[in-house]
Design a protein around this ligand. Structure first.
Ligand SMILES: Nc1ncnc2c1ncn2[C@@H]1O[C@H](COP(=O)(O)OP(=O)(O)OP(=O)(O)O)[C@@H](O)[C@H]1O
Length: 296
């Protein structure tokens, strides 16, 4: 699939959020869309998914079946989980029996079997997110677009997201993901697209793949400012956690260097006070993705 010179703004005289994006993603490839809040990551994902139409430019070779998981599942619909998913499966083109089978399979896999008769507005945010994931997977998508898929999910389901992505990639589908939680460290092979000032650049992996995870203890009141500053400096904040202990922070040796693929959010450290942020330097020297030239 290619985005060719894609421009998008929300209002006729409003600012252009996307300005001449040229990028392609091939079968079996995943790309993580990164960038600061409000820079246009969701907008880009929605254009890729076909939810938004570009004001200028076009999207070509979009797979016929697109699975789209929005940042917030629209749970204000008067259906039970089964009724909603069955309806979505039928809309996706499955016959009655195949739809029932797909709904049973995905509600089981995502731990939703106990919620089949619950109406969507009664679901917790995390459970509703799982329904959103299930509807995207009912028919194997050629393109899976996930906007902050880890948001609100419990630990068990968070582990499932990379499995679903791997399934789609193994079937030669493509996957686009936005993620401000740093969960995509679980996807070391994914490409990294950085959105800034309406443009997209691709981070290339450096020849030296080793990265360091640095734990930083700050007073709780300064967490938001510290996180914002670290992000502004181009670091990836993996996790913020509270520590109930009031003991003074203890100097601890830095974590040993490890590869990007092995990086994980740091585990709680006994003795540290306040809030802790684990940060990892972003890859240096983003390189602009070659401009798409050929059209379908
Ligand atoms: N429906 C809309 N109408 C008008 N402006 C919008 C709409 N949706 C998004 N925007 C604006 O477009 C810009 C990009 O928003 P978008 O949600 O794509 O950013 P984002 O990078 O995904 O942000 P975040 O990291 O906070 O989710 C922002 O300035 C936002 O205010």
């Amino acid at each position: 699939m290619r985005l060719e010179n894609v421009w998008l703004r929300y209002h006729r005289r409003g600012p252009w959020v996307l300005q001449g994006i040229d990028v392609r993603i091939g079968p079996g490839e995943a790309a993580i869309v990164l960038g600061r809040n409000g820079v246009g990551k969701s907008t880009l994902l929605q254009v890729a998914a076909g939810v938004l139409r570009p004001g200028r430019g076009r999207v070509t070779d979009r797979p016929a079946r697109v699975g789209w998981v929005p940042e917030r599942f629209p749970a204000d619909q008067p259906f039970t989980v089964t009724r909603y998913l069955t309806g979505m499966a039928r809309v996706a083109g499955l016959g009655r029996a195949a739809a029932d089978e797909a709904v049973t399979f995905w509600t089981d896999r995502l731990g939703l079997s106990g919620f089949r008769s619950v109406r969507l507005p009664e679901l917790s945010k995390g459970t509703a997110q799982k329904v959103g994931l299930a509807q995207a997977m009912l028919r194997p998508p050629g393109l899976l677009v996930l906007d902050e898929p880890w948001e609100g999910l419990d630990a068990t389901t968070r582990e499932l997201v990379p499995e679903l992505i791997a399934d789609v990639l193994a079937a030669d589908g493509s996957v686009l993901i936005s993620d401000h939680r740093g969960e995509t460290v679980r996807l070391p092979a994914a490409r990294r697209w950085l959105v800034a000032d309406g443009s997209l650049s691709e981070e290339t992996s450096s020849t030296d793949e080793t990265i360091a995870v640095v734990e930083v203890a700050v007073p709780a009141a300064r967490v938001a400012g510290t996180v914002a500053r670290l992000r502004a400096e181009g670091h990836q904040v993996l996790r913020v956690r509270s520590d109930a202990s009031t003991a003074a922070p203890q100097a601890r040796p830095a974590e040993p260097l490890r590869s990007a693929g092995a990086a994980r959010p740091a585990e709680p450290s006994p003795g540290a006070a306040g809030e802790l942020a684990a940060v990892q330097p972003e890859a240096a020297d983003p390189v602009v993705e070659p401009t798409a030239g050929e059209t379908r």
